[in-house]
Unconditional design. Structure first.
Length: 276
């Protein structure tokens, strides 16, 4: 694949735009523009063609990287798992992990209480679920996932193994209540939300903001030239590290309030930055 850019020293200041994926680069279904996704990708290509840099920061795992890079047509730096996993455009990966014991314990509590939530993680290149007959089973938006999931065998799982992230699917009306329940367990991880029906638990030393700062340090990037755009609570850590932060206007008000600016799309951010 073509490598259109690399993080490297040059006489020209590097401007780096980092975008969240779901709800941002991939717009929400509520977006007023039915072609917003295509418009976002076209705008990113214009951004890079003018000598700027682009990266993605998402709750999704590294296995989603090839699809994004292929759609853009060039390699990018990819921050996955809310900062727990990073893939540099060189192919180098940096992984932070939680102990699998956290996943096992939470699954047992959910199963014992017969809660309508699904606790998921990636282990041994498989997508493991606490149950496959709980939420989001029956929700049309998730119909395509069921062939790729496996119900966890908690008795055979190694509690000392590492996982990058634990993701909990929970009905939107119950999200905040279940998050409070998780917080009471005092697990050694960072708890955040990545969508209206998703809660994430990541390693203590991981967030989108932490990983972005580590990239800036590694590649000698000036934070004054860092721009970020997102739409969920897990994007707040990256809003906090630059004055050039943008939140999608369909986000929850408490999230939008943490960014410096509100916009309708990634394409709009790029148009503003390029003075189009």
């Amino acid at each position: 694949m073509k490598k259109d850019w690399e993080f490297q020293a040059s006489d020209k200041p590097i401007r780096l735009l980092i975008s969240d994926l779901d709800g941002t680069l991939y717009p929400r279904k509520e977006s007023a523009n039915p072609h917003q996704r295509e418009d976002n990708f076209k705008a990113v290509k214009r951004w890079v063609e003018q000598g700027n840099k682009f990266a993605v920061a998402t709750a999704r795992g590294l296995h989603h990287y090839p699809v994004i890079a292929e759609a853009l047509g060039f390699d990018i730096n990819f921050i996955g798992g809310n900062g727990a996993a990073v893939r540099l455009e060189t192919g180098e990966t940096i992984i932070k992990q939680l102990p699998c014991s956290v996943y096992i314990d939470l699954c047992r509590k959910v199963i014992d209480q017969d809660l309508n939530v699904s606790v998921t993680t990636g282990l041994n290149n498989q997508w493991i679920w606490s149950r496959t007959d709980r939420y989001p089973r029956g929700v049309p938006a998730y119909d395509s996932i069921w062939d790729s999931v496996i119900q966890a065998d908690l008795k055979t799982m190694d509690p000392t193994a590492g996982v990058e992230r634990i993701q909990i699917f929970v009905p939107p009306a119950q999200r905040d209540e279940f998050r409070a329940f998780i917080q009471k367990q005092n697990y050694p991880g960072i708890i955040t939300t990545s969508d209206q029906d998703m809660i994430d638990i990541g390693p203590l030393n991981s967030s989108k903001g932490i990983s972005i700062l580590e990239l800036c340090e590694r590649f000698k990037l000036d934070q004054d030239h860092l721009i970020v755009v997102g739409d969920s609570e897990n994007d707040i850590p990256m809003f906090e590290i630059t004055q050039h932060s943008y939140c999608i206007d369909l986000a929850e008000a408490r999230v939008a309030a943490r960014a410096a600016h509100t916009v309708s799309s990634v394409a709009e951010v790029i148009s503003l930055l390029l003075n189009e």
